[in-house]
Design a protein around this ligand. Structure first.
Ligand SMILES: *Cc1c(COP(=O)(O)O)cnc(C)c1O
Length: 424
């Protein structure tokens, strides 16, 4: 990765100390960047091959409206996604507002009254707690529909095999839920290798238990996806990794054919399944975004590594460390200080291509139980494969940094963020 440090100085006037720090970081992460490029190359070829195999043609970019019957472009997109995720079927729809809705659809699509859902990564992502019924009431959670829920905490950043075995032997578990990425917590992300091992373990004890994965932020960070190592169903957001910063909205569910169909019945309406759903002209964005995704994910990973190196050098605790194995694009930085956290996010905003002139403030975001500050200045509202940094404003005041459609944008954002906290 070559960076024009003179241009960095010329256009942004960073002081020599900051530039030297950036130079040192880039010098020391070369090998890690090479590894990131190899994974990118693998995933880029995998995706291109899926385009070729499914004979994507220009006419597939046409739009449908109304019911969306016979949307050949939408069907090709779903075949391409199935090939990329190495599974039987998929549901890739602009009608999903967000990752939360895709995951919620996966849960409501599969679980029935009396079923037991078991989370094996501890508490799921904040917005899913209301979906399950761990928090809040009266909004039609799984709990209100009679779905039971239990959770097992992670143990030393791996699954608690003993507890999981006990639970699976004691009662019938309909579905196990795994969250690949760290979410707003300081735990590690779950690697594909660990997902492979636990899935095999679960299936050996209870063959019928469905393994579901919240795949948000994980796509194309490793060479394989959860569905390629035994998971039955995955879900995620198109305004994160697989949308490649190009998709304006949408989400996906992929996996076993019978299960994907159940999810389609839940998303659309019982009996209509995958046959309906107009693409309204968004096929182009979804396809182009997917094609670009491995590259943008690799740029984001480089920004994360760069940030980890530089922030650790400045004395902050970071997760993961710059040279640790990654399975999501998130970089956590611990500030232990509310003011610093807020100023850091505000500095990141200054590096974003859109809205660089506004100062983000913490606010009560729907679905979250703490105030959240979000630095985000991309071309799609809330997109977090573009440079963004968000944080629930609570102890120990951790910033979650992710994205950037190019490495340079991330570098400028991070250096501006450091300027903001250095002045304190
Ligand atoms: C982003 C995310 C989600 C879904 O969030 P949305 O903002 O609704 O897309 C779910 N789980 C994890 C781990 C996430 O990072």
């Amino acid at each position: 990765m070559e960076i024009d440090f003179e241009a960095l100085k010329k256009f942004y006037n960073f002081d020599m100390e900051l530039i030297a720090l950036a130079q040192q970081a880039i010098e020391n992460v070369k090998e890690i960047f090479e590894k990131i490029d190899r994974v990118k190359s693998h995933n880029q070829l995998k995706i291109l091959n899926a385009f070729h195999k499914n004979k994507l043609s220009y006419t597939h970019l046409n739009k449908t409206d109304g019911y969306g019957y016979s949307d050949s472009g939408r069907d090709v997109i779903e075949r391409i996604y199935s090939d990329v995720f190495g599974c039987e079927d998929s549901l890739v729809r602009i009608q999903f507002i967000s990752g939360t809705q895709a995951i919620s659809t996966m849960l409501f699509g599969i679980l029935r009254p009396g079923d037991l859902l078991l989370s094996i990564c501890g508490k799921p992502y904040d917005t899913l707690q209301k979906v399950i019924g761990i928090k809040g009431g009266g909004c039609g959670s799984l709990l209100e529909f009679g779905v039971r829920y239990e959770e097992v905490e992670l143990k030393e950043d791996n699954f608690d095999y003993d507890k999981i075995e006990n639970l699976l032997k004691r009662q019938k578990v309909k579905a196990v839920f795994i969250q690949r990425s760290r979410g707003y917590s300081l735990r590690g992300s779950v690697s594909i290798e660990k997902i492979k091992q636990i899935t095999q373990f679960i299936k050996d004890i209870s063959q019928d238990t469905i393994v579901m994965v919240d795949n948000c932020y994980g796509e194309f960070v490793e060479e394989k996806e959860p569905t390629e190592v035994g998971a039955d169903l995955i879900a995620g957001s198109l305004i994160k990794n697989p949308g490649g910063t190009i998709a304006s909205c949408g989400g996906y569910i992929a996996g076993r054919k019978d299960l994907v169909e159940m999810c389609a019945d839940r998303l659309n309406t019982p009996g209509m399944g995958k046959e309906v759903g107009p693409s309204l002209g968004f096929n182009k964005e979804i396809l182009q975004g997917l094609l670009f995704a491995p590259h943008i994910v690799s740029e984001s990973l480089k920004v994360a590594v760069f940030a980890a190196y530089i922030m650790e050098k400045m004395g902050y605790e970071v997760f993961p460390r710059y040279d640790e194995h990654r399975t999501d694009i998130i970089q956590s930085i611990v500030f232990n200080n509310e003011e610093k956290l807020i100023r850091f996010c505000q500095g990141i905003q200054k590096g974003c291509p859109v809205d660089s002139n506004v100062l983000p403030e913490p606010w009560d975001m729907p679905g979250y139980s703490h105030k959240v500050i979000m630095a985000a200045g991309g071309f799609v509202q809330g997109t977090s494969l573009e440079l963004s940094c968000d944080a629930p404003v609570r102890e120990p005041f951790v910033a979650y940094l992710q994205g950037s459609s190019s490495f340079e944008i991330g570098v400028v954002g991070i250096l501006k963020a450091i300027e903001m906290i250095r002045r304190m």
